[in-house]
Design a binder for this molecule. Structure first.
Ligand code: PNS
Length: 163
């Protein structure tokens, strides 16, 4: 049987503990999880694409069946070009659902051979988002535990430089 691989796409600006939790659980469901950082998803990201990829790699050293890539353009094109058929998306609250539902159907329309697999974010992280973490860090708030260690250090450094 062919290995079942999945793509976990996102902006990851930066990766949070909620994302890591989804990746860890996804890596138990699939033979390989490809974490794909979107180059153009946010207009003005805090971290460059290289920084976001490096922070993910540094935060995922404990998982052997996970790799980190970046992609530009449409998600479905990356799927087709890399013979991938499953997309993992995390769902935190009902408020995520409408957008995710829309995108999942749109992607399916563009690529009939793909499917989106939704995973519920663990309850301890359901309120954590990259934007909340960025805001908290910008005001010097405590982000310990909300993000993996390498991200915590990078955020503190980034806002020391900016501030
Ligand atoms: O972490 P995010 O910001 O929720 O991730 C959104 C992302 C990057 C997965 C989504 O914007 C995406 O797939 N972007 C690539 C372009 C694309 O295919 N868009 C969907 C059809 S318009």
């Amino acid at each position: 049987m062919a290995p079942k691989n999945a793509l976990y796409p996102g902006s990851f600006d930066p990766v949070t503990s909620g994302h890591i939790n989804i990746i860890e659980r996804g890596a138990q469901l699939f033979d390989e999880v490809v974490v794909a950082v979107a180059v153009n998803s946010a207009k003005k990201p805090l971290f460059t694409i290289e920084e976001r990829v490096d922070l993910l790699k540094a935060s995922l050293t404990h998982l052997t069946n996970v790799k980190v890539v970046s992609f530009d353009g449409l998600l479905v094109d990356y799927l087709k070009n890399n013979d991938l058929h499953f997309v993992i998306r995390g769902l935190r609250a009902i408020s995520d659902f409408e957008y995710e539902f829309q995108i999942a159907h749109l992607n399916k329309r563009l690529d009939k051979e793909m499917d989106t697999v939704f995973m519920m974010t663990s309850e301890e992280y359901f309120y954590v988002s990259s934007s909340i973490v960025r805001e908290l860090a910008s005001f010097g708030g405590d982000i310990h535990g909300l993000v993996p260690r390498p991200v915590e250090e990078a955020l503190i450094k980034k806002f020391k430089k900016i501030g």
